[in-house]
Design a protein around this ligand. Structure first.
Ligand code: 9L3
Ligand code: MG
Length: 148
């Protein structure tokens, strides 16, 4: 009986590992200016409306992650960024997606909430207290390190 349970668990774990190995990447930008980090407040879906995230979105097939991040920031913020180093761990999202964050700087344009409720520039001290999306919350220590 216990063996059956273990076999079942091991099969589930193997499936989850395979999902993550072949996961589609969602990229996010940790845009820093004058010691502050840019966050944006989601307006959809309803379950996550009002929560905060780093700007970004899905990498399209054949697209480079850095190119996807520049594209997403133009769409969401109306600003052009320069993508820097990969920071923090890859965070599993629902199903077969992972969230991957890159440090970034603004190159052109003043970020505006074009598809979101609001944007906000956060100090290191404000990071822990914000109502982040669950995946973005995992990255708070890495983001604090980036600001400090
Ligand atoms: N997501 C989570 N944190 C983020 C980003 C940019 C995205 N910082 C999640 C929300 C969605 C999925 O990834 O479930 C795809 O993102 P989008 O296309 O809705 O921005
Ligand atoms: Mg997005």
């Amino acid at each position: 009986m216990a063996l059956r349970v273990l076999e079942k668990r091991s099969a589930l774990l193997a499936r989850r590992c395979e999902e993550l190995r072949t996961a589609r990447v969602v990229v996010g930008a940790a845009i820093v200016r004058d010691g502050r980090l840019l966050a944006q407040q989601r307006s959809y879906p309803e379950s996550h409306a009002g929560q905060w995230e780093l700007p970004g979105g899905r990498v399209e097939p054949g697209e480079k992650p850095a190119d996807a991040l520049v594209r997403e920031c133009v769409e969401e913020l109306g600003a052009t960024i320069v993508v820097g180093e990969h920071i923090g761990p890859d965070v599993p999202l629902k199903k077969d997606m992972v969230l991957r964050i890159f440090a970034a700087e603004l190159a052109d344009g003043e970020p505006e909430a074009l598809e979101h409720n609001a944007v906000r520039w956060l100090t290191a001290g404000e990071l822990a207290g914000l109502d982040w999306l669950p995946a973005d919350r995992v990255l708070v220590p890495a983001l604090q390190q980036l600001l400090n």
